[in-house]
Design a protein. Structure first.
Lengths: 434, 475
């Protein structure tokens, strides 16, 4: 069966079984090319996707999914979903009433371009990276793209779809000054293949990695910290979880009951905008078919909103912010679209450490306690001048304290995927080194 | 309900004939159907009950050591021939090789597949189908009750995940291996809360087995450990920073060398010379007391499987013997690039990944120092009783790890609990600094993420003493 046929079959079977159902299906085409030592080393082409169902039986919710679209597999899936629903003890679940949403195309001709052009990108990058005499090994350079079709439909009237996708170039290098080795990676993602600048991305990677050569150990102490956007985005990717309405509802967020209170310095304005034309996380509607809109989460340091789907909003008696997220094989949750810290008037370097890279975030940062102790790389700054790179240290602190301590923000917003940040200046932070 | 064979020999042969005729030197198909179930409870309430079928095939073609890979959920002959065609075009090397001898005159079949099927070494003793979903919920409620060791435990999250994975690997050299992999894992996360603080404790045991998991790991006991860990962390002080001797706990403590040593011994990085342990076979790379094993055959081991994901039977691999590097972990591509014989280490998360060399059940063998002796003579140090997760950069060997449960050591005694301690260092340096290993070897299950996806692996070790590590803390 095609996805369209499978969707119609499942909705019909659900109606026959007298249960409400919501279907979410995705089909994605992917291509990735990677280069090693002047040759295309890996080529991966894929067609993948699946169909997921969420059913409601007397206020009980159950899920199931399948990548196999035979009638047997779809029947198994519906039966499992109903069985899973019947296990529930809570009866406050529901499938929201939806509407006809039509189909939108956010990708258009973005990925059109011949294969030769796409192949040339990582080859060019490798050449540029190798040209730097400090390059010890180019672990890989690559091009990749995805083109994804999302379908939403329910027995409660929602029906729609959209197409999204992006193209990426990336590189991973090991550089040396003869004694020490340092590795680094960098990538660039765009909606349009033609907007990629592989040469620029390669130079950026070289520059960002080479500056860590000759790194010296850092003395333990408290320093002023200047987070580069990439490093700050790392923290944001973990601690954004605190703004999840689902975590608030489940008692796993320190920001529960703090709406309207000051949780960061005046400079902190955090926005989620699903409508950005070039945003990699942009979407016309969420996984429940609720139409997306811009949302201010923190404004001048004041907590304004969490992100919600229909369920978390109803349970907390707040507005649905259209942040329902679900893959065909996962359960309903919430997620950001394009989340970013708004830039400000700029930062003047004085004395402290520029934090450039964070490592091991998943181990060292805890979104429930807000605490982090994370290995980092950086550059020492004195009297406004960058002195030398520093290594073998960890930064440690607590997220909400850090938000309070933000004293400066850069003028330029930079993106890593669907997360954005400017340069962030933090008045004081613990650095644990030698 | 579902068909028994994943893919017919005829279709596989047709695809291989097309691939070889198109210029590939070697073709391999990997097919899986994985039926998964997950239930998750939070504070006694069922939060999640999901079931799914993961289904698809991956086709890998070799041109010398160059690889092209494609995968799809559509397993019809038409679709598979189509992705094969796409790969041949992407490679752009259609040199029309005569592939006779591999196929019969009609271009169909003819490959002499040597069929190998799983012997059932890890077959469940209590089948997943023997109990209903309510039985599972009751076990998780026991785990939750076990976790409530104190009034401060405000929340307990538990889960049970099960997978029944049928796998077929066939290649143009005639390998045809069918494996059945059943894995079950239970998890408890306890959250302890005071007026000002919130801390967690975790315990996630898993095995390649059926519902006997509940006998091997009684749910109440699994919960109790998580609850006690959360309470320890709630009472813990912030860890100090500095360089100090560290005693690393057994079982999950093995994650330290999984990251800092194991990953550097995979040909995925060795072949590219991006591992600092490249070209070190026969050399002394660790202190004398270190013997390091990657075991593929542990009965019911979380990381065990009868065949690797390239169809090779699993084996026992001694990586380091008394400090001397003996073997790397080698997959097919690694063997071609380095000449080291394969070790049955080709693994992948699922059909969406081409396999690379990966760990299975990897542990440091037991030593002979009694555990108490490890602490004697340490004036000031850290006892990392339960390690957290971490990562390593294979190029430089830099690693970092969190601790889920840690204590200070003073004057040879384990004293107050500390939290937020990170262990930082370089793997090849730290393995030289292991000065003593105890005899209480245990293993623990984890998910290891790398180039070929997230796969079940066991880590393990006895308690051991490292003479110095940089500890990153907050105090």
């Amino acid at each position: 069966m095609t996805f369209e046929e499978a969707k119609n079959y499942l909705l019909e079977q659900a109606r026959n079984a007298k249960v409400e159902a919501e279907i979410l299906a995705t089909e994605t085409r992917e291509l990735s090319l990677s280069v090693f030592e002047g040759k295309l080393e890996d080529i991966t082409s894929a067609v993948k996707g699946g169909i997921g169902i969420r059913v409601e039986v007397g206020g009980k919710i159950g899920y199931a999914s399948s990548e196999e679209r035979s009638q047997e597999a779809l029947d198994w899936m519906l039966q499992e979903a109903i069985e899973n629903a019947n296990l529930q003890t809570t009866t406050d679940g529901f499938i929201p009433t939806g509407s006809a949403l039509g189909r939108q195309d956010l990708l258009d001709e973005g990925l059109s371009g011949d294969l030769a052009q796409k192949r040339a990108m990582p080859l060019e990058m490798e050449k540029i990276i190798r040209a730097d005499k400090r390059t010890d090994q180019v672990d890989s350079t690559g091009y990749s793209e995805y083109d994804s079709e999302v379908l939403v439909a329910s027995t409660k009237g929602s029906s729609g779809g959209y197409r999204t996708g992006a193209a990426y170039v990336m590189g991973h290098v090991i550089m040396t000054d003869g004694t020490l080795k340092k590795s680094g990676w960098h990538y660039e993602a765009k909606r349009e293949v033609n907007a990629l600048e592989p040469g620029q991305t390669a130079l950026e990677l070289v520059k960002k990695t080479a500056r860590h050569l000759g790194a010296k150990p850092l003395k333990t102490g408290k320093y002023r910290a200047y987070f580069e956007p990439k490093a700050f985005i790392g923290l944001l990717s973990v601690f954004g979880e605190m703004l999840s309405g689902k975590n608030v509802l489940e008692g796993q967020s320190k920001l529960a009951n703090r709406l309207g209170s000051k949780i960061g310095s005046d400079l902190v304005t955090l926005v989620d905008d699903p409508m950005l034309a070039d945003g990699l996380g942009s979407q016309p509607f969420d996984a429940e078919g609720t139409i997306s809109q811009r949302l201010v989460l923190i404004e001048n340091g004041v907590l304004k909103s969490y992100i919600h789907n229909s369920y978390t909003a109803k349970k907390l008696a707040m507005n649905n912010t259209a942040h329902a997220s679900r893959n065909y094989n996962t359960v309903l949750s919430v997620d950001f679209s394009n989340l970013f810290l708004e830039p400000s008037t700029g930062v003047t370097l004085t004395d402290g450490i520029i934090v450039t890279d964070l490592m091991g975030l998943h181990a060292g940062a805890n979104s429930i306690s807000g605490e982090f102790s994370v290995q980092a790389l950086g550059i020492k700054v004195e009297g406004g001048e960058t002195l030398h790179a520093v290594e073998n240290f960890a930064i440690a602190g607590e997220w909400l304290e850090l938000l309070q301590n933000i004293v400066g923000l850069g003028e330029t917003l930079e993106w890593q995927g669907s997360l954005g940040s400017p340069l962030v200046e933090v008045a004081e932070l613990s650095f644990a080194g030698a | 309900m579902l068909p028994e064979t994943l893919l017919s020999e005829t279709i596989v042969s047709e695809v291989f004939a097309k691939a070889l005729s198109g210029g590939a030197d070697f073709a391999e198909v990997y097919v899986e159907r994985n039926r998964t179930r997950l239930v998750r409870l939070l504070s006694g309430e069922l939060k999640e009950a999901t079931s799914g079928i993961r289904y698809g095939a991956g086709l890998r073609l070799f041109y010398g050591v160059d690889i092209v890979y494609a995968y799809t959920n559509d397993l019809t002959a038409e679709s598979l021939l189509d992705i094969c065609d796409t790969l041949l075009k992407l490679k752009g090397q259609t040199r029309n090789v005569d592939a006779k001898g591999r196929v019969d005159d009609k271009g169909k079949g003819g490959l002499d597949f040597r069929k190998a099927v799983a012997k059932g070494l890890h077959a469940p003793r209590i089948a997943l189908s023997s109990k209903d979903k309510r039985y599972r919920l009751e076990r998780l409620l026991e785990a939750e009750a076990g976790a409530k060791v104190a009034a401060e435990i405000k929340q307990v999250e538990t889960f049970l995940s099960e997978g029944e994975k049928d796998v077929l690997v066939a290649n143009s050299e005639g390998v045809w291996a069918e494996d059945k992999r059943i894995r079950t894992r239970m998890g408890v996360t306890a959250i302890a809360q005071s007026d000002t603080d919130m801390q967690t404790g975790r315990n996630f045991p898993g095995l390649s087995c059926g519902l006997e998991l509940f006998d091997k790991f009684p749910p109440a006991e699994v919960g109790r450990k998580a609850g006690e860990q959360a309470m320890t962390n709630l009472r813990a002080e912030l860890a100090p920073a500095g360089t100090m001797p560290v005693v690393v706990g057994n079982a999950f403590g093995g994650v330290l060398f999984h990251e800092a040593l194991g990953h550097l011994l995979e040909t995925t990085s060795v072949a590219k010379r991006t591992s600092v342990l490249t070209d070190k076979l026969g050399e002394k790379i660790a202190s004398d007391c270190v013997t390091y094993i990657d075991e593929g055959t542990t009965p019911y081991g979380w990381g065990s499987q009868e065949f690797d994901d390239e169809g090779m039977p699993s084996e026992h691999t001694t990586l380091i013997d008394k400090g001397v590097l003996k073997r790397y972990m080698v997959d097919r591509l690694g063997e071609m690039k380095t000449g080291y014989p394969r070790t049955g280490s080709g693994r992948r998360q699922d059909y969406t990944f081409a396999p690379t060399s990966r760990m299975r059940n990897t542990y440091i063998a037991k030593g002979n120092t009694p555990k108490e002796k490890l602490f004697e003579g340490i004036e000031f140090g850290l006892y990392a009783a339960v390690m957290g997760g971490g990562q390593v950069s294979p190029g430089s060997g830099d690693y970092n790890f969190g601790t889920n449960e840690a204590y200070m050591i003073r004057h040879g005694k384990i004293e107050e609990a500390v939290r937020g301690a990170m262990l930082l260092g370089k793997g090849p340096d730290s393995i030289q600094k292991i000065v003593a290993i105890s005899d209480d070897l245990e293993t623990a299950s984890g998910m290891c993420g790398s180039q070929s996806g997230s796969i079940p692996t066991e880590v393990g070790q006895p308690h051991l003493l490292i003479s110095e590590i940089v500890v990153g803390g907050r105090a």
